[in-house]
Design a protein around this ligand. Structure first.
Ligand code: 1HN
Length: 348
């Protein structure tokens, strides 16, 4: 392969003249933009321990009243990507949000899509377009692009959830903004996971030939997901990963356009080696403890910890317990990569 010319090889007056005309020569930067064989990755494989986050989040609860925060969040920022950029991976924003009893986080909508995954506490809720979604530990709550949402807490003790957003993508497109609104009128009935979409494989008949709602199911209760993983494990051979994708029950497609969500069970003592792929991901530990090898990083993980997995990474994850299963929640950008036509699964 020919060695490309460098910037330094160019006469200084020419370089300065290019700069003055807002022009840049490609060839000195071409290989950085388009490396051979594997992308250059700044994302650090890493773990954020909940034991480190929790006391600092509770301190934020003392320091900053909700009115002065709107959303009281500590962002899990990957140092490889620059802390100020608020990226866990290039496409995924992750925060830990705290709400205290009787606090409310005001109604708004925004162009990025978000999900909440409940980490701790009882009595929190999110209202999405008038639908009240109770937040129990492990529940997945969707707040898709453009839908009104607000949070509240009618229990006692702190409630903490993990926010995942496609904010880095939408912000990068200079398309990120929000509108603030009056508090919503809440319909006083259970959310759609308890009636319209009570069981997979059954949908309201009328919706078959009606225009499909983009986001018909906005709460996925953890007790259903966990039970479904345990049942799937009984028919999954060793070597095959016990993993369920959260999907739109009307279409079977991933439930949001950019980020994908799934739940993984590690059997007692099991080590999984997910296929190496072009998507980046974040793993959040719902239950259990173990080790992860992500490229050359060896990480120990336990309950409520959160890990970043760069694109193209080699990954192995082990459940340390020989008696109990472990459960992980995964966020990845495979839906966006698939839609854009460059999602790949790679040789180990
Ligand atoms: C947001 O709207 C929420 O609604 C949480 O709880 C975190 C981070 C960036 C932009 C919007 C929320 C957010 C956010």
């Amino acid at each position: 392969m020919a060695q490309l010319g460098t910037l330094e090889e160019l006469p200084l007056d020419y370089r300065n003249d290019l700069t003055a005309n807002n022009l840049v020569p490609l060839w000195p930067s071409l290989r950085a933009a388009l490396p051979y064989d594997i992308p250059s990755r700044r994302t650090k494989p890493m773990v954020w321990r909940y034991a480190d986050i929790r006391p600092r989040l509770l301190r934020a609860g003392e320091l900053t009243p909700i009115e002065k925060a709107e959303r009281r969040v500590l962002v899990l920022a990957n140092p490889g990507l620059g802390l100020e950029n608020m990226q866990a991976t290039p496409s995924i924003y992750i925060g830990m949000q705290l709400i205290l009893p009787r606090e409310t986080a005001p109604n708004h909508w925004h162009t990025p899509s978000a999900i909440r995954f409940v980490v701790e506490g009882e009595g929190g809720f999110t209202v999405v377009e008038g639908e009240k979604l109770p937040m129990k530990r492990g529940d997945l709550i969707l707040t898709p692009s453009g839908l009104w949402h607000e949070h509240g807490h009618e229990g006692s003790g702190p409630v903490v959830w993990l926010d995942a957003l496609d904010l880095p993508v939408v912000y990068g497109l200079e398309a990120s903004y929000c509108l603030e609104g009056e508090p919503q009128t809440v319909r006083n009935r259970p959310d759609a996971s308890q009636n319209r979409y009570r069981r997979s494989g059954l949908i309201p008949y009328a919706s078959l030939r009606a225009p499909r709602a983009a986001y018909p199911l906005r709460r996925f209760p953890w007790e259903d997901t966990r039970a479904a993983l345990c049942d799937l494990a009984t028919v999954t051979d060793g070597g095959e990963i016990v993993q369920l994708a959260y999907v739109n029950p009307e279409t079977g497609a991933e439930c949001l356009p950019i980020l994908g969500f799934s739940a993984i069970m590690l059997r007692p003592g099991e080590t999984i080696k997910p296929v190496r792929r072009s998507a980046s991901a974040v793993l959040h530990v719902v239950e259990g403890e173990g080790e992860a090898r992500i490229d050359n990083a060896e990480l120990a993980w336990g309950g409520q910890d959160t890990m970043a997995i760069p694109t193209h990474a080699r990954v192995a994850i082990s459940n340390r317990s020989s008696s109990k299963p472990a459960f992980l929640f995964q966020v990845d950008d495979a839906p966006m990569q698939s839609k854009l036509g460059f999602y790949e699964e790679l040789e180990a």
